[in-house]
Write a protein that binds this ligand. Structure first.
Ligand SMILES: Nc1ncnc2c1ncn2[C@@H]1O[C@H](COP(=O)(O)OP(=O)(O)OP(=O)(O)O)[C@@H](O)[C@H]1O
Length: 325
């Protein structure tokens, strides 16, 4: 099921939450809505789900105008961060719920629940209560429940938001693999760029109610459309009026043509990498390199160095009016 969002505007009172949003999500794709808090990601997801209405613009699902269709008729499944589970029902009953209210035959429901619990690796927990699961297992149960009714579209609002870093990472890998198996068109909201870069086929970057850029993880990382996307997807520093990633700043200990000179003012060693701050006439520049490289350069505070962009580095000119996230 493809989703087409065309010319969507949404205000809450005077506040513009979404401004002329246009996004096309092809069938079977895993798409991330990425952006800072308050940018409008959840509002867009809720409009796609039919839980919120746009002031203007249209939502089409598989070519059919769904703009005025109620949520329950859109054939979408959703999972929110604080998912409401039926606490007194077992895991299997929770997953079966949607099928039972649709009055599907008992044997069919049992078989489907069994299959789904296996898919989310909760086969052995079918008879537990949700309170007896870990946070990550509960989120997987929520996903099984959303998938039970065979939605054509799966919408996930920060599905792993409340979990610790390690569990988030496991669930990310798992979501990617699950998606490769079931291929349901999936849209998930995240403010975590690493999560989006790792999991999504395509990323829609949303900031202050507007779409900043749409592209594959590589396109966004290698060809950011503007300062905001460049800064939101990874660390940046300014060199000769351009934003560049600190690991793309080349450091030499003797003069180089066109290089900017400065003095190392701070050296920080974190695991395998060394981060150095170089104070130049044009301000401080951050560089990152391996420990071995730093050692071979003799990089210490007080040393004079020459900085230039690595060949092929991604850079964008600094736009003075934009704040970098
Ligand atoms: N029902 C509402 N009434 C008034 N303002 C709202 C309502 N829902 C959302 N907003 C505002 O719209 C803006 C966008 O909210 P939204 O939840 O879509 O952002 P988000 O990008 O999903 O952020 P987060 O990552 O924090 O969830 C926010 O400033 C929010 O305060």
């Amino acid at each position: 099921m493809s989703i087409e969002v065309a010319g969507v505007n949404k205000k809450f009172g005077d506040f513009v939450a979404l401004e002329n949003v246009n996004v096309t999500i092809p069938t079977g794709q895993l798409t991330a809505l990425l952006g800072p808090s308050g940018g409008g990601k959840s509002t867009l997801l809720r409009i796609i789900a039919g839980l919120e209405t746009a002031d203007s613009g249209t939502i089409s699902i598989n070519g059919n105008d769904a703009t005025r269709l109620p949520a329950q008729k859109r054939n979408v499944g959703f999972v929110f961060q604080h998912y409401a589970v039926f606490k007194h029902m077992t895991v299997a009953k929770n997953v079966a719920f949607g099928l039972e209210i649709r009055k599907r035959p008992k044997a069919e429901v049992a078989a489907r629940v069994d299959e789904l619990l296996k898919l989310v690796h909760l086969g052995q927990f079918a008879h537990r209560l949700p309170s007896q699961l870990s946070g990550g297992q509960r989120q997987r149960m929520a996903l099984a429940r959303a998938l039970a009714v065979e939605p054509q579209v799966l919408l996930l609002d920060e599905p792993f938001g409340a979990l610790d870093a390690k569990v988030r990472k496991e669930l990310r890998d798992w979501l990617r693999r699950l998606h490769d198996e079931v291929h349901v068109t999936t849209v998930f909201v995240t403010h975590d760029q690493e999560e989006a870069l790792e999991v999504a086929d395509e990323i829609v970057v949303i900031n202050e109610g507007r779409v900043e850029q749409v592209g594959s993880p590589d396109q966004l990382y290698d060809e950011p459309a503007n300062n905001f996307v460049m800064g939101f997807l990874g660390e940046v520093t300014t060199l000769n009026g351009r934003l560049v990633r600190p690991h793309d700043v080349e450091v030499a200990t003797s003069p180089r043509p066109e290089a900017l000179t400065g003095t190392v003012s701070r050296v920080l060693r974190i695991g395998f990498e060394v981060r150095a701050t170089v104070t130049t006439e044009a301000g401080d520049v951050t560089t990152v390199m391996t420990r071995t490289h730093a050692r071979s350069l003799g990089l210490e505070s007080g040393v004079q160095v020459w900085l230039s962009e690595a060949a092929g580095a991604t850079t964008v000119p600094v736009e003075p009016t934009t704040t970098v996230g």
